[in-house]
Design a protein around this ligand. Structure first.
Ligand code: FES
Length: 104
């Protein structure tokens, strides 16, 4: 298990999602209602980077390439055309506001 810094909590606004490249893995950080979520930045539909074309609704991340919806708490796919969940990472925020994700 490895803990990796992605960015600082102040690097991302509430209601925003941003893509990062960490150890050759595209990572998507989402902040909504003060809570931070981390996912692999690859849609389970056509493997497009969600960070480049997304929308956020209450509790939901929407991949706007073709409209698939995912649950923020779990990464679970909520609608077609996504055939599967997106990979979610556990998040820790340290005392300096660094957003760390746990990579297995
Ligand atoms: S690539 Fe995300 S919905 Fe198609």
């Amino acid at each position: 298990m490895k803990k990796v810094r992605v960015c600082n909590i102040n690097d991302i606004r509430d209601g925003e999602a941003r893509g990062f490249e960490i150890d050759d893995t595209p990572i998507l950080i989402v902040k909504q209602n003060g809570k931070v979520y981390a996912f692999e930045d690859i849609c389970s539909h056509q493997h497009m980077p969600i960070s480049e074309n997304y929308d956020l609704e209450e509790g939901k991340l929407i991949c706007m390439w073709h409209g698939a919806e995912f649950e923020l708490e779990t990464g679970k796919n909520l609608s077609l055309p996504a055939p599967a969940p997106i990979k979610k990472f556990d998040v820790e925020i340290d005392e300096n506001g660094n957003i760390m994700i746990i990579i297995e």
